[in-house]
Write a protein that binds this ligand. Structure first.
Ligand SMILES: [Zn+2]
Length: 173
């Protein structure tokens, strides 16, 4: 599988540059699972890693500690409800993810729905990719339990929301 975009053309934040790479050259997010051959599966989040990062305010991409400001990425619904399944990130990590992640950025969505049998938080993310993604900044969040027992993150007041489409920020009118 080739990257959908030219990764070399997108500036990699230093924290992301320290991550290991997969065969395509994608930096491997610290929360993903690995199969028995040691191949990362970007679609499946390790619940233990997720819980640790959520508790200790670690970035969902690079795994390093977040600062005072946090960046959440989600669709219109998440921006309205401030509820997120995906961990917050550093702002530059979030911008990098929005630019290169096939789920967030690729114009033609080539996401395979064939997930491993293991239950994972990512299965709760709608397979219908939102038309656009918001990058919201906030200073806080707390864990909340959804009606079916899953844990989500409720972000504090959103300071700003920047909209992205097809791997690029939308021009604000
Ligand atoms: Zn980060």
């Amino acid at each position: 599988v080739k990257p959908w975009t030219n990764l070399a053309a997108i500036t990699m934040p230093p924290r992301v540059a320290r991550l290991a790479r997969d065969a395509r050259g994608y930096p491997i997010p610290h929360t993903v699972t690995f199969d028995e051959n040691g191949t990362p599966d970007f679609r499946v989040i390790d619940p233990a890693k997720w819980a640790h990062a959520a508790r200790f305010r670690c970035c969902g991409l690079c795994g390093e500690m977040l600062g005072g400001w946090l960046a959440f990425v989600g669709g219109d619904t998440s921006m309205r409800t401030r509820m997120f399944i995906d961990l917050p990130m550093h702002r530059d990590c979030a911008q990098y993810a929005l630019a290169v992640c096939p789920f967030l950025a690729a114009p033609v969505f080539a996401y395979s729905r064939a997930l491993p049998a293991a239950t994972a938080l990512n299965e709760h993310v709608s397979p219908d990719r939102p038309d656009r993604f918001g990058l919201a900044t906030t200073k806080s969040y707390r864990q909340v339990r959804l009606p079916l027992g899953d844990v989500a993150l409720l972000a504090g007041e959103l300071e700003s929301v920047e909209w992205w489409r097809h791997g690029r920020p939308e021009l604000t009118p």
